[in-house]
Design a protein around this ligand. Structure first.
Ligand code: CTP
Length: 397
């Protein structure tokens, strides 16, 4: 799958750089050509000799290396790849990308390129969770930078938490997803997934039982067909797929904003179980028990994201697909829902307690469109996703 693909690999300065040596090996085993770029800090962790020996190519290090410029300028170098991979992507490299800095070879290449970029962040957990890095992550997501990881676990510095660079094989999978060629190549698709959490006070929230499994499987299946996927997810149980642009949100209102920011798209799939209501006024401090009295909560209705997008006058996606979670009269209710919201297809499912569908691994769906009602046999959510993704690909050609 990676045969003759050209990867420009930027190795930043972090202890995880040692895994990038294995990454080079794994990529070359699969037939990819790896052109390595080592930052100054990266060279403190792995030697240029090991990098170039494994890559079978010279390692680029300095912006002002005249030999390199006469052979290949930095602009050309930045554009001569099918994909730029930054692994490890340090907090500093991410900040430079956000700020558009160009003060060394790596940052200049990232600013000059028109090639897709995939980052594999790696840093201390506190740095990963710092507000500045969170802001930078959100900006990079919005800029269309793909990411893989980081994973949670023990860190070299003794801390525990998210911040470990994804494993080489996970990065390879993300690279394959980013480079895949299929019927959805060139198509941009939005998928919403997971539940939303609507805060009541700093410690309590309204939620639902959605695990995010169906939406995640669908995003993965669409990406496998070559689509560029923007995956807007609430706090789900299952991790997001590799190789897609992940936008994490908590509330329905944030989900709407993220969806609007992702437009225009060719297709939009709304698999999220969005909370219909939020508490009208979130309490800024923890609500306390009062003697004998029960708390009074006033609700406000959340925006209907599916209906908003279905009824867009400008930039309405060519295909809008909603899901209908029902417990009674599934087909009748879902048919009415499709008309009311104005979407093209509705994927209806019975989420009654006995079905084991919500939070389970299987799904039993009915696809409702203008053409009619199709009852699919019960199957794994992954299979539902693959079949739906193919139908979506067909509808967009
Ligand atoms: N949906 C949405 N925004 C909302 C509520 C739902 O985008 N505020 C989307 C869901 O992602 C799903 C579809 O609308 O694709 C139907 O969701 P569902 O919960 O079944 O329907 P509701 O709109 O909540 O209608 P009802 O409460 O009548 O079942």
């Amino acid at each position: 799958m990676l045969a003759s693909k050209r990867i420009l690999l930027i190795i930043g300065g972090g202890i995880a750089a040692f895994k990038s040596l294995d990454l080079i090996r794994r990529l070359r085993e699969r037939g990819a050509q790896v052109t390595p770029v080592l930052t100054k800090a990266g060279a403190e962790f792995v030697t240029p000799l090991s990098v170039s020996a494994l890559a079978g190519q010279k390692v680029f290090r300095d912006l002002f290396d005249l030999t390199d410029e006469s052979e290949m300028g930095h602009i050309e170098l930045s554009r001569s790849a099918d994909l730029i991979v930054v692994a490890p992507a340090t907090a500093d490299l991410m900040a430079k990308m956000v700020g558009g800095h160009a003060d060394d070879l790596a940052s200049t290449l990232l600013l000059a390129t028109d090639t897709p970029v995939l980052i594999a962040p790696a840093m201390n957990v506190r740095m990963w969770e710092h507000r500045a890095t969170r802001r930078n992550r959100a900006t990079l997501d919005a800029d269309g930078i793909m990411s893989v990881g980081p994973n949670e676990g023990d860190m070299a510095c003794g801390d525990y938490g998210p911040g470990r660079m994804a494993e080489p094989l996970e990065i390879v999978a993300a690279i394959e997803a980013a480079l895949v060629d299929g019927p959805m190549k060139g198509k941009r698709v939005l998928v919403t997934s997971g539940p939303t959490h609507e805060p009541i006070d700093p410690v309590r929230y309204i939620a639902n039982r959605s695990s995010g499994a169906q939406g995640t499987a669908l995003a993965r299946a669409l990406s496998a067909l070559g689509a560029e996927v923007v995956f807007v997810t609430g706090p789900a149980d299952v991790p997001p797929p590799e190789g897609v642009q992940v936008v994490r949100v908590q509330t329905a209102q944030q989900m709407l904003e993220a969806v609007q920011a992702a437009m225009p798209v060719d297709a939009a799939i709304f698999a999220a179980a969005v909370a219909d209501w939020r508490v009208a006024k979130e309490s800024t401090s923890k609500m306390k028990k009062t003697k004998g009295g029960l708390p009074k909560l006033d609700f406000a209705e959340n925006p209907d994201i599916l209906a908003t997008v279905s009824q867009l006058q400008k930039h309405r996606p060519r295909l809008v697909v909603g899901f209908a979670a029902e417990t009674d009269d599934v087909v009748e209710n879902a048919t009415v829902k499709r008309k009311r919201k104005g979407c093209d297809w509705i994927v209806a499912n019975d989420v009654s307690a006995g079905t084991g569908i919500m939070g389970g691994i299987e799904n039993d769906i009915t696809l409702i469109s203008e053409e009619g009602v199709e009852d699919w046999p019960r199957m794994a959510k992954d299979q539902v996703a693959a079949r739906l993704a193919e139908r979506i690909a067909k509808a967009l050609t």
